[in-house]
Design a protein around this ligand. Structure first.
Ligand code: FES
Length: 166
């Protein structure tokens, strides 16, 4: 019987070392992905965050609140801004990307539209700090603001009509 970790007869020591390195890198990558925080991608393109389009919203104040929450989250929440993400008619748009653990549980990014009120920011922060997609349930009010991503919207319009039964 071969000892654990011992090289099989005839195999080069380099092959064993390379295999071991690949295994270690894969484990590290899995660990890093699992530790990835829930990420809020806040659109700040032509319409989202625009006082001209939505004069009643304190766009800068909302972004500051999100950033402050991320700073206090101990690495569980991250904020990033983005250029126009596409569905400008649903501004202000925020994409909630699942944490590494949420993704491992099968969650996908959730697109949230019309994030204009302080209540909307409260709901978004409550959900994201509780873990976000795959980890916690959003408030029913926030769920009403979920919108399809542009790819999902395109797929829906391309779906073939069901055939009538003969
Ligand atoms: S500016 Fe936000 S979706 Fe276009």
């Amino acid at each position: 019987m071969r000892a654990i970790g011992a090289r099989p007869p005839g195999q080069s020591p380099c092959v064993t070392e390379v295999e071991e390195s690949v295994r270690r890198l894969a484990a590290l990558d899995k660990g890093a992905a699992r530790g990835r925080p829930c990420m809020l991608v806040v659109c700040r393109g032509c319409c989202c965050g625009s006082p001209r389009k939505h004069p009643g919203t304190d766009h800068e104040g909302q972004l500051a609140r999100l950033r402050a929450a991320a700073a206090e989250s101990d690495g569980r929440l991250a904020i990033r801004t983005s250029e126009c993400l596409g569905p400008c008619g649903q501004a202000n748009l925020v994409v909630v990307q699942p944490s590494g653990e949420g993704r491992r549980r099968g969650a996908r990014a959730v697109w949230v539209g019309w994030v204009l009120s302080d209540d909307g920011i409260d709901d978004l922060l409550a959900w994201a700090t509780a873990g976000g997609p795959g980890m916690a349930a959003p408030s029913p009010a926030l769920e009403l603001q979920f919108v399809p991503s542009p790819a999902e919207a395109r797929a829906r319009t391309r779906a073939p009509e069901p055939r009538a039964p003969r």
